[in-house]
Each structure stands twice: as structure tokens, then as C-alpha cells.
Write a protein that binds this ligand. Structure first.
Ligand code: ZN
Length: 175
């Protein structure tokens, strides 16, 4: 089965505010499964539904997993909410939807995450470090926010210009 393609900046669908999931039905379960496949295939440590074109508040995260490690324990987060932002941490972030770019982003060092899993069970995590960064990055996606919105205007405009050139080349190559 073909994997769902990941939308790339500047696709407008990445800018939508996603809607709350009222009920976890088969389509949400299937979407979560597909998103995990994409995350492990790319590979990435997190993926939000808008990145595969679905405007629902669903996120998958696995910060423990590496390509060499067979263990896969994805966190599947329905309607995740963050609170208790504390401290500051700077991390070099990238994003599957922002090709060929990384930048330092300052975020809260600790956050409290509250969500539901696919069975409707409450998930509560006091996250710090990479996991806290990842939660903030993914929940941003649900509000149409990308990590490049957190960097300086100069750096962002350089990336936008580079990306435009890249897209033009891709179009030319496609004939
Ligand atoms: Zn991302």
C-alpha cells in the first residue's frame, strides 16, 4: 500500500486550524496507523494530521525510536493540549513539511500534555527536553503554525526564497 504523501511548505493546507476529534471512529484509527507508517518511513520523531492533509487534532510522536532500533512504541495523541510551559530550551528543529532546512528554535523546556488515546483513555505526560520540544512542534501544526514561524524574519525569508527556487527547478524538471 502506498504511503500518504507528506505536504510540503508552502502548501496552504499546512496553515489550517484543525478541528477537534469528537469521536474516534475507524477513519481516525486508520489515519493514526497511516501516520505512524509515514513517521517511521521518513523517518521522523513526530507527525501531525495536517501534514498528510487531514485537518483533525491528531498527532503521533515517538522520540525514543531510531532507525537502528526495532522497538516502536508510538504515542498516539487525540486532541492534545499543552499547559504549564516552564523554562527555556533551544533545539535545532527540522520538519518533514519544511524540506532541506533546520534552524534553532527557542521553546519551553517543560510542558504538561493532556490528550486521549485511541481507546478514549486519558493520557497525561510531564514532558521535558526533546519530548517537550516535539510536543510543542506537533501541537503547533494543529494550529497551522510551522517551526519557521518561530525564527527571525530574515532567516525565514531566506528559506522562503530558497524554497521558491527549489520548487521552480522541480517544476522545470517535471517538464
Ligand atoms: Zn513538523
Amino acid at each position: 500500500m502506498a504511503l500518504r504523501p507528506v505536504l510540503k511548505f508552502p502548501d496552504k493546507r499546512l496553515r489550517r486550524v484543525s478541528r477537534k476529534i469528537e469521536e474516534v471512529d475507524d477513519s481516525i484509527r486508520e489515519l493514526a496507523r497511516d501516520m505512524c507508517e509515514v513517521m517511521y518511513d521518513e523517518p521522523g520523531i513526530g507527525l501531525a494530521a495536517p501534514q498528510v492533509g487531514e485537518d483533525v487534532r491528531l498527532v503521533v510522536v515517538d522520540t525514543e525510536w531510531t532507525a537502528e532500533d526495532a522497538e516502536r512504541n508510538p504515542l498516539i495523541l487525540v486532541n492534545p493540549e499543552l499547559s504549564e510551559h516552564e523554562g527555556k530550551i533551544t533545539w535545532t528543529e527540522g520538519c518533514l513539511s519544511v524540506p532541506d532546512f533546520e534552524a534553532d528554535v527557542e521553546r519551553a523546556e517543560r510542558v504538561f500534555l493532556r490528550a486521549r488515546d485511541l481507546d478514549g483513555k486519558e493520557v497525561e505526560i510531564h514532558a521535558q527536553g526533546l519530548q517537550a520540544v516535539c510536543f510543542q512542534h506537533e501541537v503547533d501544526h494543529l494550529d497551522g503554525v510551522l517551526f519557521i514561524d518561530h525564527i527571525s524574519r530574515l532567516k525565514r525569508s531566506r528559506y522562503v526564497a530558497k524554497r521558491k527556487k527549489q520548487q521552480k527547478r522541480e517544476e522545470e524538471d517535471a517538464g
